[in-house]
Design a protein around this ligand. Structure first.
Ligand code: PRT
Ligand code: ZN
Length: 224
């Protein structure tokens, strides 16, 4: 018989990990986590957790390697656009938006710049970890700027002479402030989503997903 355990990809360690586990436990799915391990088996349900970097989660769901994933919409949208360009499978089903992981993806410029509006970005270099979301936004707005891909330390790029502006995730704004940058344009708003692979699940797995979603709705409702 094929693997009848539902597989769920979650972030192994980072900003989303604790809340993701809390949510699953609130839905009654219990785990004995071993910090170092990639896999965790539920002790209460036929559910296996795959604990990975958040960047890998959308692809694992889109390739049908896991059944469900919990991931920030910023990472999800970047992967969806990237795969669309490469003509790779990028389908998935959105199940629920969850009430954590809130942030926004914003363009920020050095505070000494006299920024007047989007057109000021024409001909400029913008450093970001989200080139596809940024490029799609710039195209829609008719702005002709270059993106510079950086996977970390994006906020130091202008000072280091690597770019004129940045496009990065913001929550409190403290990081921008500490680096002498001013948030000018919000281009994408994000929170965590639970997504399911596009290809249908077996009847028993789908029944379990539906049961978990009913519980999830109860948990989310109770918080309001
Ligand atoms: O190792 P792995 O790849 O799994 O983790 P990661 O380091 O890529 O991600 P992690 O754990 O930092 O973030 C995971 C997800 O949390 C992101 O993809 C977002 O969906 C969400 N999230 C919510 C944030 C923030 N808020 C956030 N503030 N992700 C990152 N930040 C960073 C931002 O990049 C900047 O450096 O925090 C800084 C800004 O914060 P403020 O409060 O100073 O504005
Ligand atoms: Zn990541």
């Amino acid at each position: 018989m094929s693997n009848e355990r539902l597989t769920i990809a979650v972030q192994k360690s980072g900003r989303l990990s604790k809340e993701s586990m809390k949510l699953l436990e609130a839905c009654g799915v219990k785990f004995n986590l071993h910090e170092a391990r990639l896999m965790a088996h539920s002790t209460s349900h036929p559910v296996d957790l795959l604990r990975v970097r958040d960047d890998d989660i959308p692809g694992l769901v889109m390739d049908g390697v896991v059944d469900l994933g919990l991931v920030g919409e910023n990472v999800l949208e970047e992967e969806r656009l990237e795969r669309a360009i490469k003509q790779q499978a990028n389908g998935f089903t959105q199940l629920r938006r969850l009430d954590f992981g809130f942030c926004r993806l914003s363009v920020a410029v050095p505070k000494e710049e006299n920024y007047q509006g989007l057109q000021d970005l024409n001909g400029k270099k913008i450093a970001t970890t989200y080139p596809r979301i940024l490029e799609s936004y710039l195209k829609k707005q008719g702005v002709n700027a270059r993106t510079v891909m950086l996977t970390g330390s994006v906020e130091v790029a202008p000072r280091a002479g690597l770019a004129d502006a940045i496009c990065d995730l913001v929550s409190t704004g403290a990081t921008l402030e500490a680096n002498g940058l001013v948030e000018q344009e919000v281009i994408f708003r994000s929170q965590v989503q639970i997504i399911q692979r596009a290809e249908a699940l077996s009847e028993s797995k789908q029944a379990l997903v539906d049961k978990l979603l009913t519980r999830l709705d109860g948990v989310q409702l109770a918080k309001e």
